[in-house]
Unconditional design. Structure first.
Length: 117
């Protein structure tokens, strides 16, 4: 069982930056880790994914070039660096862990990101 706790959300102006963190309760060295987000009235959508080794990363087209996912397995933590934020990035951001790429076995509770125009 893996428990995930997100942090780092908040209110930021358009064009600003935030870094989200996802701390896992257990060893996540063999898990793929990712971020999803859900805006009010919309479905949860994929944002970014990183392989267990960190050697492969994947991004939604809407965040490519602005967001960077990374991980530190020794600290049981995954990060999402978000730059050049836009109002449309406003959402609750969720961390997840999967035993394989593109699988999502565990989810965090989410952290709110609000971008003002």
């Amino acid at each position: 069982q893996v428990q995930l706790v997100e942090s780092g959300g908040g209110l930021v102006q358009a064009g600003g930056s935030l870094r989200l963190s996802c701390l896992a309760s257990g060893r996540i060295g063999t898990y793929a880790m990712g971020w999803f987000r859900q805006a009010p009235g919309k479905e949860r959508e994929f944002v970014a994914l990183i392989s267990w080794s960190g050697g492969s990363t994947f991004y939604a087209d809407s965040v490519k070039g602005r967001f960077t996912i990374s991980r530190d397995n020794a600290k049981y933590t995954v990060y999402l660096q978000m730059n050049s934020l836009k109002p449309e990035d406003t959402a609750v951001y969720y961390c997840n862990a999967g035993k394989r790429l593109w699988t999502y076995d565990y989810w965090g509770q989410g952290t709110q990101v609000t971008v003002s125009s």
